[in-house]
Design a protein around this ligand. Structure first.
Ligand code: NAD
Length: 452
């Protein structure tokens, strides 16, 4: 609730300068660099991030409110993105296709050109790594509009990129409001590609802007990701992951595990176990390093509390609530982790993304019912299947309509190496892993007649 820094409110003229700088970079040394040279710059970036990791983590924690331990992890992951794409930059190959006699056909991969990146506030450092770094690895010139609520680490990474030898114009950051700088960027006439991570509502606006010029658009939107807990699951292991999957980043994670679907035969026992652990969770300031920090801003706190109040008002039982630590700054945007039981299947808590530390437990009958229930929301980002039955693991995992499935584990968003993205209202396109490099390239088929 206190001001600690100021950032420029970029306008469309600033966006225009950034896009021009990116276009000029493509015509200059950046556009002529080899993949190996780009990889070396990214590798230097990873080293510089690691060398300054503690300062960057403190900055990230202060900017977003997340516990310092989670911020340290986020900075390490950002460095890992640079490292991964540094190594991958010169491993992305084209193809040679056998064709007619006296013909040679090759398929080459080329960068799109100027890529626009619009990012949310929940993981600014990781988002930079996952969106901007593969675009640079493939030789695009990037223009980034980070969230107005969290842009300190992307700005710091920009300075690091410069120190690592990234040529001027290859990476540009314009801070500012979504409806000003963001809108100006998505409508700019000289961008070639748009990638957006954020809410489905704004994602739709961005896709429409891209569609006006038939630009490629990658959207990473929200989720309502389920845990499917069957009666033969290892309850202790499942409980540990389930708690973390909804308290991490105070539930402000697109891949938060926000629905707890439990087989009826074990529902009471298992949900009671989760409730016990939930009571022990705590929200605290970044330095206290508890399970979660405050929410990002007053509006988000109000939104999450609105979900909690409406659920209570409709008679849905609160099975457990964590605590807010003593001594947190007054006026901070804290919300205690909250577990609701027997949530009706059509209630907003079972269908809509809360983006806060609120978990909705729902019983199911059998495998078919679990699958139908898991797939019943508009979203499809990730899911987790908890069972010891090998056949069921595969059957259920394959039946999930989403972009990632975990079996007896859960990684919100998964590792740097793992392709990530959604189906349905969770978006389209894939980030992370090697696949992100393919997303940021277009392919050109070259057909040559070489006969006499
Ligand atoms: P948001 O959609 O409000 O904002 C995201 C970004 O879009 C910000 O940078 C914002 O300034 C910009 N923006 C807003 N209006 C714009 C416009 N008219 N034109 C262009 N840009 C505009 O989302 P948020 O509140 O920052 O983040 C929360 C949401 O993001 C949640 O719904 C969450 O699920 C989602 N999210 C998804 C993922 C994922 O990978 N799937 C990751 C993180 C967050």
């Amino acid at each position: 609730g206190e001001v600690f820094d100021q950032i420029p409110r970029g306008a469309s003229a600033d966006v225009d300068r950034a896009v021009r700088a990116a276009r000029a970079a493509l015509a200059g040394p950046w556009g002529r660099m080899t993949a190996a040279e780009r990889g070396r710059i990214l590798h230097r970036m990873s080293q510089l991030i690691l060398a300054d990791a503690e300062n960057l983590a403190q900055l990230e924690a202060r900017d977003t409110g997340k516990p310092i331990g989670q911020a340290r992890n986020d900075i390490a992951v950002a460095a890992r993105y640079c490292e991964f794409y540094a190594g991958a930059a010169d491993k992305l190959h084209g193809q040679e296709i056998p064709y007619l006699a006296d013909f040679q056909v090759v398929v080459v991969r080329e960068p799109y050109g100027v890529t626009a990146h619009i990012l949310p506030w929940n993981y600014p450092a990781q988002m930079f790594g996952r969106s901007v770094v593969p675009a640079l690895a493939t030789g695009n010139a990037a223009v980034l509009k980070p969230s107005e609520d969290a842009c300190q680490s992307p700005l710091a990474f920009c300075r690091i990129a410069q120190a690592a030898g990234l040529p001027a114009g290859a990476l540009n950051v314009v801070t500012g409001l979504g409806e000003e700088a963001g809108d100006a960027l998505t409508h700019h006439r000289d961008i070639d590609f748009v990638t957006f991570t954020g809410s489905p509502e704004v994602g739709t606006i961005v896709q429409k802007a891209a569609a006006e010029r038939t630009l490629k658009c990658v959207l990473e939107l929200g989720g309502k990701s389920p845990h499917l807990v069957f009666d033969d699951a290892d309850p202790d292991r499942a409980a540990t992951f389930i708690i973390k999957a909804i308290t991490q980043n105070a539930g402000q994670t697109c891949s938060a595990g926000s629905r707890l679907l439990v087989q009826k035969s074990i529902y009471d026992r298992f949900v009671a176990q989760i409730a016990e652990r939930f009571k022990a969770t705590m929200a605290g300031s970044p330095a206290m390093d508890k399970d979660c920090g405050p929410l990002i801003n007053a509006a988000q706190k109000q939104r999450v509390e609105g979900f909690i109040q409406r659920a209570k008002a409709s008679g849905i039982p609160v099975l457990a609530q964590g605590k807010v630590a003593d001594g947190v700054p007054a006026g901070g945007y804290y919300v205690a982790p909250t577990l609701f039981g027997n949530v009706p299947r059509n209630h907003e808590l079972a269908c809509d993304e809360v983006f806060g530390p609120v978990l909705a437990a729902i019983p199911f009958d059998d495998e078919a019912d679990a699958i139908a229930l898991a797939n019943a929301t508009d979203y499809g980002l990730i899911a987790a299947v908890w069972t010891r039955d090998g056949g069921r693991q595969t059957r259920v995992a394959r039946a999930m309509k989403c972009g990632q499935v975990y079996i007896n584990c859960y990684g919100a968003g998964g590792g740097v190496e793992l392709p990530f993205g959604g189906v349905k209202r969770s978006g389209h396109g894939r980030e992370k892993g090697f696949m992100a490099l393919e997303e940021f390239c277009t392919v050109k088929t070259m057909v040559q007649y070489h006969g006499q």
